[in-house]
Write a protein that binds this ligand. Structure first.
Ligand code: ADP
Length: 173
């Protein structure tokens, strides 16, 4: 039997018992608002100490740390692009966030990884377009690789859940 490799849930990513959660970080990797702040709050000071040693992260790239007090064993920090109207390579930079995060998960043989909507909060990326890129890049990666075994998209709002659900339903046909 073939098990589903992509799941969709609504809720708080910091509460998930998975191998890795992805953080929508900023270039400093030293914490911020939104999901970044929530992850640092839940993980405790150990996470910040490890992040301080990483020398930041470029937009579109990703770095991995331990999960500390989170249930998740690891945090993959990726830095999404700030939406500047769509003329500054935002689409390919966001695609690169998903590719780099999934590549790290593959290297570490991580089985289950959960993503929030990278760049769709303060960074202002249109949510529908961001969901399309997230689903497309993830499916492309999973087709070619056995790790991660499962990817979970975590949405924080109802409208965004529907957007993902439609994209995932459509992709079955
Ligand atoms: P960015 O700066 O990359 O835009 P934000 O943290 O502002 O990052 O928002 C990214 C997405 O994460 C938004 O869609 C926001 O609704 C969502 N989000 C915020 N907190 C959480 C959380 N605890 N769990 C899951 N998603 C969250």
């Amino acid at each position: 039997m073939k098990t589903k490799r992509v799941e969709l849930i609504k809720g708080d990513i910091t509460s998930l018992d998975v191998d890795a959660i992805v953080n929508a970080a900023n270039n400093s990797l030293l914490g911020g608002g939104g999901v970044d702040g929530a992850i640092h709050n839940a993980a405790g000071p150990g996470l910040l100490s490890e992040c301080e040693k990483l020398n930041g992260c470029e937009t579109g790239h990703a770095k991995i740390t331990n999960g500390y007090r989170l249930k998740a064993r690891h945090v993959i920090h990726t830095v999404g692009p700030i939406w500047l109207g769509g003329f500054s390579d935002e689409n390919s930079l966001l695609a690169s966030c998903y590719q780099s995060s999934l590549e790290l998960a593959k290297q570490k043989k991580i089985k289950t990884v959960a993503f929030p909507g990278i760049s769709t909060g303060v960074y202002g990326f249109p949510k529908d377009l961001a969901a399309l890129i997230a689903v497309k890049e993830t499916q492309r990666f999973l087709k070619k690789n056995t790790y991660p075994e499962k990817v979970i998209f975590v949405t924080y709002s109802d409208d965004n859940y529907e957007t993902y659900r439609k994209l995932l339903d459509d992709s079955i046909h």
